[in-house]
Design a protein around this ligand. Structure first.
Ligand code: NDP
Ligand code: OAA
Length: 271
């Protein structure tokens, strides 16, 4: 059975571990790791079937078959190259780290050299399947518009750098407009989806992103519009935020669970 190691035991990592524990994913939850010891203890205590070892990242990479990064963009830079060098397949949630061209090329090269797979789940958006299909011909434009309740944007470097007072926002306010490359640095915990869209479509410099704070919302809303030789595609998802981490939508965790199920299944549906 595939031995899985999860790095980052917050909302997404926790949901993945619980799904394995419930038998939704037919794999062994072998090890977990987090910079916060209390998160590891809390998660382990919530599991019934598995009692994963709490390991350092180095130990985990040597002992599992499949590594899941559900921690942070910084963690991707530290962990994913090592994981690929150790010959492990890796699922990456903090996809925004791949806006760094040098890192991206290094990871893709290491995956090829070591015969490993890198997986980027669709996350909190719908339409990655359509963008993948469309990219087999020409795509002329891709736009992501993300709307979140203001407090779901707390701590974003863009908000802090501009001194934006989120608690005083009374109406829909455009906070950011730029490339996906700029967006994932400005909002590293809010628009990793922009990176996944860029990887599937026309890259980080040509993908346009708008981030809007909307106090009337209780959901995280992502809209994608794509135009190309195939025609036009539009998707809109109104995501329930995680009660534990309002920056993250429940669908993002479900997409990771679904990707794992797909990897382990003999039947593959969708692009
Ligand atoms: N691809 C997508 O569509 C989406 C991606 N994401 C991204 O996925 C990641 C996980 O999201 P989520 O579960 O909601 O985040 P959480 O903040 O709930 O959990 C992340 C956990 O990882 C820990 N962590 C951070 N850095 C490291 C590290 N270097 N080594 C070990 N542990 C670390 C954090 O600890 P501490 O709190 O101490 O930092 C925290 O416990 C985030 O980067 C998020 O931005 C989220 C939503 C959608
Ligand atoms: O979960 C979401 O709504 C999207 C998100 O935070 C991200 O892409 O980083």
């Amino acid at each position: 059975m595939l031995k899985i190691g999860v790095i980052g035991c917050g909302f997404i990592g926790g949901q993945i571990c619980k799904a394995i524990d419930k038998g939704v994913i037919n794999a062994e939850l072998y090890a977990i790791s987090d910079s916060s010891k209390s998160k590891v203890l809390e998660l382990t205590a919530s599991l019934k079937r598995y009692s994963p070892a709490s390991m350092t990242i180095e130990e985990l990479l040597q002992n599992v078959d499949f590594v899941i990064e559900s921690a942070s963009q910084k963690a991707v830079r530290l962990i994913v190259p090592q994981a690929l060098e150790a010959g492990r397949d890796v699922m990456v949630m903090s996809v925004g780290a791949l806006a760094d061209e040098e890192l991206r090329e290094r990871l893709f090269r290491l995956a090829e050299q070591n015969n490993c797979k890198l997986y980027f789940p669709s996350g909190a958006v719908a339409g990655i399947d359509g963008i993948n299909s469309a990219s087999a011909a020409g795509i002329s434009s891709v736009t992501l518009t993300t709307r979140k309740p203001p407090m779901g944007l707390v701590g974003a470097p863009h908000v802090e750098a501009l001194g934006i007072k989120l608690e005083t926002i009374e109406k829909e306010t455009l906070l950011f407009e730029g490339t996906a490359s700029e967006a994932v640095k400005a909002f590293p915990a809010n628009v990793n989806v922009a990176a996944t869209i860029s990887l599937a479509g026309i890259g980080f410099e040509r993908t346009k992103v708008r981030v809007i704070a909307d106090p009337t919302l209780s959901r995280n809303v992502h809209e994608i519009t794509v135009e190309g030789e195939f025609g036009k595609l539009s998707t809109r998802v109104e995501n329930l935020p995680s009660p534990e981490n309002p920056k993250t939508s429940y669908l993002a965790a479900l997409s990771a669970i679904s990707t794992l199920k797909k990897i382990l299944s003999p039947v593959q549906i969708g692009t």
